[in-house]
Design a protein around this ligand. Sequence first.
Ligand code: DAT
Length: 178
Amino acid sequence: MESKFPNILITGTPGTGKTTLSRLLEDQLSQEYPGKFTLIGLSKMIVDQMLFKNWNKDFDVPEFDEDMVCDALEPRIQQGGLIIDFHSCGFFPRDWFDIIILLRATNTNIYDRLIERGFPEKKITENIEAEIFNVVHDEVYESFDPSIIISQNSNTVDEMQANLEQALQIIRQKIISC
Ligand code: DAT
């Protein structure tokens, strides 16, 4: 699906920097294209709008319902200019996004960031294993056209800044060419 203002997915294992990058991106895009981009932190929306049928007590997270999530997002995707921040992506329709940013980070960084967030050890281990076994990476590449995927390392502030600049360049180019 082509839309004047691209839909952007920012994905990666928890702790890789999705929320931080999404906010920086939204901030900059709102200045350059006022009113054209909206950021959705999907984890929060799932809880706020109860887009789940079960609550996983072991990990204290909702087991989101893919259909409910897609139904809630669909009208906004059609409008374009949506930035979605989420750690999973295989259930989204293949033609929803114009640009997908996949963030990666080292185990040490993920560990430190999730400890700071107060995650229990079990949840941290699960996320580190997911990063080691390329779970989100493989999900992205199996679900979307590789030409729209940008893989970025997000270990340092300098990398975050470079990732932001690269993403902005690609988004601006996409807007011009549409
Ligand atoms: P996510 O949304 O993927 O779970 P986050 O944006 O909340 O991750 O980041 C988790 C913490 O790590 C937060 O305190 C900011 C920090 N962080 C993220 N990316 C970083 C980077 N590239 N360099 C330094 N700190 C980073």
